[in-house]
Design a protein around this ligand. Structure first.
Ligand code: BYC
Length: 472
């Protein structure tokens, strides 16, 4: 079961050939996906050989195979984690009942919406990153970008499989619509805010992988707890791939910070811009932006949707089964951030409606661990600056703080104060032009752009000079 059948047109470990109807639906969708990939996937590199990993098994050990592949030939397919014998619904009103193998009729609409929302983010991120290959800081980074892109493509396949296998005609229509919406398009935008933002440069890309892919980790982990077993198994396997995306983000920013510190020491100045580096103040502004738009992805602090998803047994908490409580949360409370007059404080709320905020808390703690590792690099250079996560109420568009102006340190501001100060906290047009000016492609094997340090090691034991993408 763990092995993946690559002899079929659509690689899979779900015995697709035994379900002719589903096989036909997916084979009908496959050329449309490839059409979309050709239009919206990485621009200018479709015919190049890229050193990519492909899943060959869903076992924890040895699931990946590395080889040169042209991206349109990547074997996108359908991989579910192994079934767990006797799995039950672990939370909500159906706690203790056998996990569902088919969609419970009464939850069909809600479940479809959750799967479509998850699925929509995957092609969106590929669209957002479409232009980046042209300005890569190294072949190593170029390869990592493409690895992330093909895996987001596979995550789209994962959601399309669920829609086609379990939602009949509606599911097939949703699968088509996933290929029709476009990131940032005024008429047919992607569903969630962060996925309509631009990713114009590599600093944004690394920040996106650190902050926005990490939302992916927490959302997928909550969906992996689902009582709808096919969703749970799909998300469990997706999480193994998501880890690499966050590695790309965290290590990418870390290498930028390292290079910045080296330049600061060498030239005895904070202003490393004139020496071809990214100053820490600019890096902080990008943190503020990407963190705040990613915090929005968790939804409102108080949400009846979230309570319903939980009570229905469709979306759990992060590490639900490791928690030691009644897993129904009836009568329980949780502390949520709250605006009281001109200050931000906290208040107790029913735990069920606070589930988005709870997941956001888990997420913020995880982000903080990464930022602390960046700060260790700064400290190791003897530099007295700390990067910080902005306050959770800063620059929010969703939830309790959408209508207030708040500084990164959590102070509530007047509109006038915000107007005069926000340029200090968020990337300005000028900052973006400067960052853009550094984005010159570096494509000689083993070389890296002026603004980013080399990584400590290559991919899959290969040296840094390895030709990760064959451009010749
Ligand atoms: N932008 O009660 P509310 C990933 C809507 S990332 C626009 O506040 P709820 C990845 C909401 O849809 C993970 N709209 O929130 C990363 C609702 O609309 P309706 C993606 C938003 O429903 C990088 C209304 O506001 N996965 O995988 O509790 C690269 C009120 O909703 C936003 C998921 O998100 C927003 N930011 O929670 C590639 C998991 N926030 O229904 C991939 C599935 C809220 O009134 N989704 N709204 O029309 C969910 O669990 C939930 O839909 C959300 C929102 C957590 C997103």
């Amino acid at each position: 079961m763990a092995g993946i059948d690559y002899t079929e047109r659509i690689p899979n470990n779900v015995s697709l050939s035994e379900n002719r109807r589903l096989q036909r639906a997916l084979e009908d969708w496959q050329p449309k996906f490839l059409e979309w990939w050709k239009d919206m996937g990485p621009l200018g590199f479709q015919a190049k050989d890229v050193y990519l990993r492909t899943a060959i098994s869903v076992d924890a050990q040895g699931w990946a195979n590395f080889d040169y592949v042209r991206m349109p030939d990547y074997r996108w397919g359908i991989f579910l984690a192994e079934p767990e014998a006797g799995r039950v619904v672990n939370f909500g009103d159906h706690k203790g009942s056998p996990a569902w193998q088919e969609v419970p009729g009464e939850y069909r609409g809600v479940l479809r919406r959750l799967i479509v929302t998850q699925g929509d983010t995957e092609p969106a991120s590929v669209e957002q990153q479409q232009h980046l290959g042209r300005t890569c800081p190294s072949l190593y980074d170029l390869r990592n970008l493409f690895q992330v892109n093909v895996e987001e493509g596979r995550h789209l396949w994962a959601m399309v499989y669920l829609l086609d296998a379990h939602f009949g005609r509606d599911g097939r229509e949703e699968s088509e619509a996933l290929l029709q919406r476009r990131s940032g398009d005024a008429d047919k935008p992607r569903i969630l805010g962060a996925f309509n933002e631009r990713t114009p440069d590599w600093l944004s890309f690394f920040m996106f992988c650190f902050f926005t892919d990490r939302d992916g980790k927490y959302q997928l982990a909550s969906l992996a707890e689902s009582g709808f077993d096919p969703l749970s198994r799909t998300c469990r396997f997706m999480l193994t791939e998501e880890a690499h995306h966050m590695f790309v983000g965290e290590s990418g920013v870390q290498r930028i910070v390292q290079r910045t510190c080296e330049l600061m020491r060498e030239h005895r100045t904070d202003d490393v811009r004139k020496h071809g580096g990214l100053d820490l103040a600019t890096i902080q502004k990008y943190i503020n932006f990407h963190c705040s738009v990613s915090l929005d992805l968790f939804g409102s602090e108080v949400s009846t949707n979230a309570a319903n998803f939980y009570t229905m047994g469709l979306k759990g908490r992060f590490e639900e089964t490791k928690k030691d409580d009644d897993h129904t949360l009836k009568g329980a409370t949780y502390t949520v951030a709250d605006l009281a007059g001109d200050r931000i404080g906290t208040r107790e709320e029913a735990a069920l409606v606070s589930l988005n905020e709870r997941l956001r808390d888990d997420y913020v703690a995880d982000c903080q661990r990464g930022v602390s590792r960046w700060n260790q690099v700064i400290r190791s250079h003897g530099i007295d600056v700390e990067l910080r996560l902005p306050h959770r109420a800063f620059h929010r568009a969703i939830g309790s703080f959408a209508d207030v102006k708040v500084a990164p340190d959590g102070r509530v501001l007047s509109e006038a104060e915000w107007d005069t100060r926000h340029h200090d906290w968020l990337p300005t047009a000028e900052d973006q032009v400067f960052v853009g000016s550094l984005m010159k492609p570096v494509t000689e094997p083993g070389r890296f752009a002026s603004w980013i340090a080399a990584p400590p090691r290559g991919i899959n034991g290969q040296p840094l000079e390895f030709e990760y993408v064959r451009l010749g």
